[in-house]
Design a protein around this ligand. Structure first.
Ligand code: HEC
Length: 363
């Protein structure tokens, strides 16, 4: 099998080299893959006759899982005499030998297929079929994968991060590498990455200069780009997106779902909710952990006649604006220790002021 794919690769390489000289994109095209500007879906990959080519989300690991009856609807694309559009990179094309012995061309690791209900050039009737078939593109910023989550602990996880078997959909990059969100992040806020990137090998930020293309089922407006100490990171619904270092840039791996514990770094998909706004998170924390503490230990003076309105720290907006001042005062780091004239608060309470300060600062 190995030597056979090697020969096929050699063939493709040779054909590609000779095809390079051909500028003409006319009707005498060799069998191959070209970019076509589709009226509804933008730049898509087509064959030499303009017939649309597709990716199958279940193939995320690089092996074709479309077998038997599936192939009746989704015939494999193969040519041993492959010409490649000059805008495409020949290294992105490989030939695989399938489980059934047939050969198939892959692009960026995705096996390529036709759809039986496409009858003429420009047809894209396979787009979104069963939520698992999507037109092949060269510029996906996000693609879908469907598979079983398997953590770094080797255990299988369901979509709710309990152990068990379930095929779920999740976002990957154009090469099938899994993307994750961090539970402690807030809207457009990366709360993980260190300024010197010392932890970027653990959860590398998904760096993207622009959102080029996403499957048509997604809203391009749900994606954004944030600046993280000079790196540009893709966000979805406000969640910054990361790779997991231990996935070793290997397509289809999902080791991050159990690290350091299940659910801390979930995969991302259409069901993902909007990331919470950091101010809303800070307000919830204030109401639960600080408001009564401030009422009991501060407002006797800070709501009193000697204080201006903005020093009534039991009001969230005031506390939010002065979160750092409050922390520095109760910790005795700056100015007169608060509560003024009293004893220093227990460390537990000082920690609450610190947490609140950090939540407010991340906005
Ligand atoms: C006994 C009265 C009293 C209590 C109790 C008190 N403060 Fe104060 N606080 C003051 C006075 C008076 C000032 C202004 C003089 C100063 O800066 O020392 C002040 C100033 C401050 C300032 C600086 C405000 C500014 O606008 O310059 C902060 C922040 C602050 N207090 C926080 C707190 C917090 C938080 C608590 C509760 C843990 C607290 N204070 C409890 C009397 C009090």
């Amino acid at each position: 099998m190995k030597s056979r794919s090697f020969i096929i690769l050699l063939l493709i390489g040779t054909v590609w080299l000779s095809a390079c000289k051909k500028e003409d994109n006319g009707p005498d095209k060799n069998p191959g893959v070209f970019i076509s500007d589709n009226t509804s879906l933008g730049k898509i990959l087509v064959d030499h006759n303009g017939m649309t080519l597709y990716f199958f989300t279940k193939d995320v690991s690089g092996e074709s899982l479309c077998e038997d009856g599936c192939l009746d609807s989704w015939p494999v694309f193969y040519s041993d005499n492959l010409e490649i559009d000059s805008q495409l990179n020949k290294d992105d094309f490989k030939a695989i030998v399938r489980g059934d012995g047939k050969s198939q061309i892959t692009y960026k690791g995705w096996p390529l297929y036709y759809f039986i209900n496409d009858t003429k050039a420009g047809d894209v009737n396979g787009e979104g079929v069963k939520d698992i078939w999507f037109v092949a593109k060269e510029n996906y910023t996000i693609m879908f994968a469907d598979g079983q989550l398997i953590g770094h602990d080797g255990k299988k996880y369901k979509g709710d991060y309990t152990e068990g078997e379930e095929i779920i959909q999740f976002f990957v990059d154009d090469k099938g590498r899994t993307l994750y969100a961090f539970k402690k992040d807030t809207k457009d806020n990366n709360n993980f990455t260190a300024p010197d990137f010392s932890n970027n090998d653990v959860w590398p930020v998904y760096e993207v200069n622009e959102v080029k293309s996403v499957p048509s089922q997604l809203n391009a407006s749900d994606f954004g780009i944030i600046d993280v100490f000079g790196k540009k990171q893709l966000t979805y619904k406000g969640w910054p997106l990361y790779y997991f270092g231990q996935d070793s840039e290997t397509r289809g791996k999902t080791k991050g779902v159990s690290f350091p514990a299940p659910g801390v770094w979930p995969v991302v998909n259409k069901l993902t909710n909007m990331a919470p706004d950091s101010k809303a998170v800070a307000e919830a924390y204030f109401n639960t952990n600080l408001k009564s503490l401030i009422t009991n230990t501060c407002v006797s003076c800070h709501a009193g006649a000697h204080s201006s309105g903005t020093r009534k720290y039991d009001v969230f907006a005031n506390a939010y604006n002065r979160a750092e001042d409050m922390y520095l005062r109760v910790d005795g780091k700056q100015g007169n220790l608060m509560p003024k004239g009293g004893t220093k608060l227990p460390q537990d309470d000082i920690d609450k002021f610190e947490t609140f300060k950090n939540l407010a600062a991340s906005n």
